[in-house]
Design a protein. Sequence first.
Lengths: 428, 86
Amino acid sequence: MDLLQQLQQANYSGTALTGSEQVGYQQLIAGAIAIRLQYPQLQKQAIALHYTTLPSFLMALLAFDGWSSALYLLPETALDIPELVQQWPSETSVKQYSAIHSTIGSQETRWYLATSGTTGTPKWIAHTFASLSRAVKISVDQSTLHWGLCYQPTRFAGLQVLLQSMMSGACISDCSTGDAEQRIEMMLSSDVTALSATPSLWRQLLMTGRLHQLPLVQLTLGGEIADQALLNKLSALFPSARILHIYASTEVGVGFAVSDQQTGFPLSWLGTNHSGLAFKIDGQQHLWLKPPHTPDSNLAKRLDSEGYLDTGDLVQIQDDRVQFLGRDSGVINVGGNKVHPEQVEQVLLQIADVLQAKVYAKANSVLGQLVVADIVVTSHTDHAKLQPQLVAHCQQHLARYQIPTRFNFVDHLSTNATGKLNRKEPHG
Amino acid sequence: MKLEQTIRNTLAQVATIANCELIADITDDTVLLQSGLDSLGFAMLVAQLEEDLGIDPFSQMQIAVYPRTFAEFVTIYRQAQQGGNE
């Protein structure tokens, strides 16, 4: 059953979203059917979906799931699309109109979401609707929630919130743009009761001093490692609310939620099944997960003989908990934004005076991690003069969160036997 | 007063590196996230103060406190310094 059929069957009568306009579930459904009727030429086509407004985005999702062959959710950054696709919203006018044209979805749509690849270059990851909606919870309680959308709706995390809200019959408002003050304003004006955000955004919302005014009953933390002080603070502000921190591996396509308000997850989960997943830790301290479904062919190659996948996340057992330490690849997470050290190093090495560069994460109590660079420069270099040049060069070639917040001038950087930078060694 | 001046100096330094333009007059009542410093700038300020003062009060808290204004921010550092000297 496609998304539209599921909503038709659920037959929700309430408000699906509020914001600059208020749109009901029946309006969304009617809008989606109208799209299928008016653009029959888009059926069985691959469609690239641009985000304009939340109502039109939701209608397009409803119209195209089960109806188009592929659905690409275009991120805010440009990314090539590997096949012939139709752009939506459509620029071409209606060429044909046929009332007898079928509006019934009949095929499985491949969904494509952008993710930052292992090299820092974004790439498309294919999903089925079943896998995207696996975590959705449908209940009477869920249907009464009013979600504030804090993530970009075209990204994995944002889509999860959208699908949760829509499929459970809840209401949602777009709070994904603006600074923390503007967002809390939007949340307060629409009486948001459920929020899913990165720990970094939760900290900023707390800094507004007004978060406690929201009647929150469900709080979700994701996209970064949650720390105990933050969990304690949220729990103190919202003692009767459900507080979850979630772990998700977009590439592996699996995730789980922890609801006991403690960081990490219970050690007892190892060796048993939880959330449909089996857990294990290997000798390199990597977390491996065994998904309940057979992953697509790309991932199937990466399964071990027992059907587990390596998440690439480093974990450590501390007492009765398994705690997350970060990515083994060294990928830095600045407030939910992933930074690939190699990409930043390449930019630094473009400067003639820089001989060697090593980029790594420094723990930060505000954004989780910050980017720091150790650099080796030529002996005649004036450090004080080079520093502003480095910053200016980085500003030209990198996003703000990728720019090192600190440059340490060091005498040498150690390399391993293969001549590569020694990333496991303590930093300078 | 010395602590507040240190924080103000660090704030100005960090704003330059973070490419943030601070508002002209930062007073006790200035809301931090409206001082011109965004979340990245604020994170850098806390990191730099840890180097300058040797403390990061936000990483030492059992239940985190999040300052809204400049005065609240300075108070958190003052309390952390006093706590450390006891």
